[in-house]
Ligand binder design. Structure first.
Ligand code: PMT
Length: 401
């Protein structure tokens, strides 16, 4: 998501400055290029050298230290940056930005920034509740800047309150969302429904029928669709995490999955069924743990075929199914394409260990009607999900000019 993005990170003086080092490291880990500027107050908390080492770039602090005669350093930074983050943002820098005060490197650079700034305030609760801060906050939001609400928790002053520097995962999720909202993607304006994970059919309170699906493929598809600009609903039987900006529906059995997909389907443009759905369920579920017996027969009944049913209900939707096969990949995939009235079938080989169920990588052939299959060689599920999303987007009807 952050690959090749140029990010100016402004660090202002509060106890949370050290947490900004983790933020810097995470942005770089996610592919971003970062230049850091600090206020003098921030340098009191953490030596700029730490930021320099992690960013591998000189940290800018002094407005009058003009290293390159051909450019003005604070303008050069704002012109260079695609995105700007202030983390932690003190009440002081918020006040300066809202009131047009530029009296050091950070404040002058922020005043010269012509794109919305991502603000991560962190301060004592009483400061956060100060009417002047509230006034400045309202003004900055009105101006289009992004305001992250701080966390509630244990503050440096030794008591609980609102004002803590937010959890790193939450900052990254909101920052990614901020970027996605500003960049139309190939699925912008579309609603995508994804299923993931292996369904569980209970036999008794401690036993069940399921499969080895981890949900990785489906969760990556949901994330890739979200990053491509779609509004995503994920119906999952997996406990893997998801972005807070993806609508998540937790299910267990095939009937749960069926009911949820059925309720949501008509409100979506694209259905992607990566869930490994149990074709059968026990006719009876025992409320008590079943005792050992010499002969045990568990009678099974057929579950609904969700993809096939959505194929029958299809209006404008694009339906994407998966085929998990140990052999005859092409033959079975083509049959599923026809019998389930799918637009695409992503056929992946399972039972090999390095791909398919529970692996981090996958390989597939993508079948669509009247076209040669597209080969997706062994790659990470994240990369594969992005490629599948590109194929799906190419099937969308062209939007009217
Ligand atoms: O979750 P991971 O560990 O990352 O593994 C990924 C995966 C191997 C599970 C995934 O890539 C995959 O292949 N998912 C589909 C598994 C499956 O159920 O395949 P199938 O060939 O049995 O079913 C064909 C299609 O019909 C699938 O889209 C399935 O979701 C759907 N189906 C199946 C049965 C049923 N009763 N209703 C359905 O809708």
């Amino acid at each position: 998501m952050l690959k090749n993005k140029k990010i100016a990170l402004y660090v202002t003086g509060g106890i949370a400055v050290y947490k900004s080092l983790y933020l810097l490291r995470e942005i770089i880990k996610q592919g971003g290029e970062v230049r850091v500027a600090m206020t003098q107050a921030a340098c009191q908390f953490v030596n700029p050298l730490s930021f320099q080492v992690l960013s591998q770039k000189k940290v800018q602090i002094d407005t009058f230290e003009e290293g390159q005669p051909e450019s003005v350093s604070h303008i050069d930074l704002t012109d260079w940056a695609d995105y700007s983050i202030v983390a932690p943002a003190t009440a002081n820098i918020i006040g300066k930005l809202a009131n047009g005060i530029g009296d050091d490197f950070v404040s002058t650079a922020l005043l010269a920034t012509d794109h919305p700034i991502f603000l991560v305030p962190a301060m004592n609760t009483k400061m956060y509740e100060n009417p002047a801060l509230k006034h400045n906050k309202a003004f900055l939001i009105e101006q289009g800047h992004y305001w992250m609400e701080p966390d509630i928790g244990f503050l440096a002053e030794g008591y609980e309150g609102l004002g803590r520097f937010p959890d790193l995962d939450r900052i990254m999720a909101e920052f990614n969302h901020f970027i996605i909202a500003r960049n139309p993607g190939i699925l912008s304006g579309k609603k995508v429904l994804v299923t993931a994970g292996g369904t569980v059919e209970r036999i008794d309170p401690v036993r069940y029928i399921s499969n080895d699906s981890s949900g990785k493929m489906g969760h990556q598809l949901a994330q890739a669709a979200y990053e491509a600009g779609a509004q995503v609903s994920l119906v999952t039987a997996s406990d893997l995490p998801t972005s807070p900006f993806i609508d998540r529906f937790q299910v267990e059995s095939t009937l749960d999955l069926y009911q949820t997909v059925s309720d949501l389907y008509d409100h979506h443009d694209i259905l992607m069924m990566a869930a490994a759905v149990s074709d059968y369920r026990p006719v009876n579920r025992s409320d008590k743990k079943m005792k050992k017996q010499d002969d045990l027969t568990i009678e099974l009944e057929k579950n609904p075929d969700i993809l096939a049913e959505m194929g029958r209900r299809k209006d404008q939707q694009i339906n994407v199914g998966f085929a998990a096969e140990t052999h005859n990949l092409e033959e079975y995939a083509k049959k599923k394409l026809a019998s389930k009235q799918a637009d695409l079938i992503v056929a992946n080989e399972v039972g090999r260990g390095d791909r398919g169920f529970n692996a981090d990588e996958n390989a597939a052939l993508v079948f669509s009607r009247g076209q040669d299959p597209l080969e997706l060689p062994l790659q990470s599920k994240k990369e594969m999900a992005q490629k599948i999303i590109e194929v799906v987007a190419s099937k969308l009807p062209a939007s009217p000019k």
